[in-house]
Design a protein around this ligand. Structure first.
Ligand code: HEM
Length: 499
């Protein structure tokens, strides 16, 4: 009996010890220096690879990119725990060579870790966006002006090979120029072209988990991509500096016309108020410039890429395009232009936008989050400093949550009576969630709705005759890029006949 009791207490002790030991997520095999890179097989489509690895490692697993420990989240319950329930704990951002170069070591919003100053920067942008929803600088007015100009270019251009995707970039860039600097460019302005070029350069070179980000010591060797990024950042900085100087000189007047003004005033007030604060904040010129640069970068590439995905899907699914046009014809007709207040009456167009954001999320791995303290996700311990990657692609393609997730079907965002379903599944987070949720969600939805409604009211979009339709595969990078494609915008009969 004594022996049995001793064994029992040993067994209990061992069990308690095992239970108190932290349980880490299952890990991909890893080697010194390179980490798990061999097991990633050089696949550049990280979102797809991370999705497929679930079969072997479960929906939550870890790996090492060089020496960086990463946890990959593929299920919405874990994603919501990270973003919503423990948002502040996981509100850090990692440092990386390319994003540090882009943001002057994280003085922006998107790539800055959680701090009081970061909160302050976010609040200023939020204030500016809510302020400009109304008033003379109403965002709706600006977007409609750009939509009208885009439609004009599409109908007057005789060039069958007009680069429509570039025209979308121009239109969205001008919306952001108006918001940030209350200024917009004419087509052909060399500064405008330089801006479009540097934006593309940044998209091409700031890749999540590029080699130089994984092994920062590679910077000492000549690097074509890094050199291009440096040149693009220099051009961007010259343009930002020019606007900064102009706005600073004009700040004496009472009016606050754009985001740059909002930030300059905040900087001024901060200098006056800091003496009363226990922890003074310093919004330096670098922070101010990087905040504007961030909103510009985040605002242009995401929205124009989503617009391009929408157009590409409409080329592949002409019946969806026809249905949107029928809805537009019935609810708006040809006598007036679409406006934001029409959103309620155009559920099929709204459902199409939601479906595009589901099937091709432009930010398929969000921006990496970092655990600011030791934490947990589900039953697993996550060490302080771990990068947490939310694989939005997996959430949006989860077969348990979505019927045939690979199929493009706007109908899944409608009920049986054709009314809009905002989120048919909890596994849908195109703009992220929680304290690091996208700052431009409202603006992006306005732009997507108005641009598509204006274009499809007037034009039918078609692939170029005799040319195969571009594939629907994306290219993973700072955004999920669409392969370049050309599209013919044919004026609809009602407009040709001058109705
Ligand atoms: C962050 C999506 C447009 C500004 C994000 C994130 C996503 C996202 C998924 C990452 C959230 C996270 O890391 O947890 C999108 C999509 C857009 C769009 C799908 C368009 C279709 C915009 C626009 C702006 C903007 C128009 C500018 C007004 C930002 C900023 C962040 C962000 C500043 C960083 C927030 C932070 O780190 O605190 N966006 N976005 N986005 N977005 Fe957007």
């Amino acid at each position: 009996l004594f022996l049995v009791l001793v064994l029992l207490s040993f067994w209990r002790l061992a069990k308690a010890k095992a239970e108190s030991r932290p349980k880490y997520p299952r890990s991909l095999p890893s080697l010194p220096i390179i980490g798990s890179l061999l097991h990633l097989g050089g696949n550049p489509q990280l979102h797809l690879l991370f999705h497929s690895l679930q079969k072997k490692y479960g929906s939550l697993y870890s790996l090492k990119m060089g020496s960086h420990y990463m946890v990959v989240v593929n299920h919405y319950l874990h994603a919501k725990e990270v973003l919503l329930k423990k948002g502040k704990t996981f509100a850090g951002r990692p440092h990386a060579v390319t994003t540090d170069m882009l943001t002057r070591d994280g003085k922006d919003i998107a790539f800055a870790s959680y701090s009081l100053l970061w909160k302050f920067q976010r609040k200023q942008v939020h204030t500016a966006l809510s302020m400009f929803r109304k008033g003379t600088l109403a965002l709706e007015k600006i977007i409609c002006r750009e939509a009208a100009s885009l439609c004009e270019t599409l109908s007057t251009s005789q060039d069958p090979l007009l680069d429509t995707a570039l025209e979308f970039n121009r239109a969205i860039t001008n919306v952001m120029c108006s918001l940030c600097f209350s200024f917009c460019y004419r087509r052909g302005d060399p500064e405008f072209e330089a801006m479009l070029q540097y934006s593309q350069g940044i998209v091409d070179t700031v890749a999540q988990e590029s080699l130089v980000d994984i092994f920062p010591w590679l910077q000492v060797f000549p690097n074509k991509d890094l050199a291009l990024l440096k040149r693009c950042v220099e051009v961007r900085d010259q343009l930002l500096q020019k606007q900064f100087k102009k706005h600073k000189e004009a700040l004496g007047s009472d009016s606050t016309n754009d985001l740059m003004d909002v930030l300059l005033r905040a900087q001024l007030n901060m200098e006056n108020n800091n003496s009363r604060l226990a922890q003074p904040l310093e919004l330096t010129d670098d922070h101010l410039l990087m905040t504007v640069g961030d909103i510009f970068g985040a605002g242009v590439e995401t929205t124009s890429t989503t617009l391009k995905w929408a157009v590409l899907y409409l080329l592949h699914y002409p019946e969806v395009q026809r249905k949107i046009q029928e809805e537009l014809d019935q609810k708006i007709g040809f006598e007036r232009h679409p406006q934001l207040s029409d959103r309620q009456q155009l559920p099929y167009l709204e459902a199409t936008i939601s479906e595009v954001l589901r099937i091709r999320p432009v930010s398929p791995l969000l921006i990496p989050h970092v655990a600011l303290t030791e934490a947990s996700i589900g039953e697993y311990t996550i060490p302080k400093g771990a990068q947490v990657i939310i694989n939005l692609w997996s959430l949006h393609h989860d077969e348990k949550e979505w019927d045939k997730p690979g199929e493009f079907n706007p109908g899944r965002f409608l009920d049986e009576r054709g009314n809009r379903l905002y989120s048919p599944s909890p596994s849908y987070l195109p703009f992220g969630a929680g304290i690091r949720v996208c700052l431009g969600e409202g603006l992006a939805k306005m732009e997507l709705f108005l641009f598509l409604a204006w274009i499809l009211q007037r034009f039918t979009l078609e692939a170029l005759p005799g040319q195969p339709l571009p594939a629907l595969e994306g290219k993973f990078g700072v955004v999920l890029q669409v392969q370049p494609f050309k599209v013919k915008a044919r004026l609809r009969a009602a407009w040709r006949d001058g109705v």
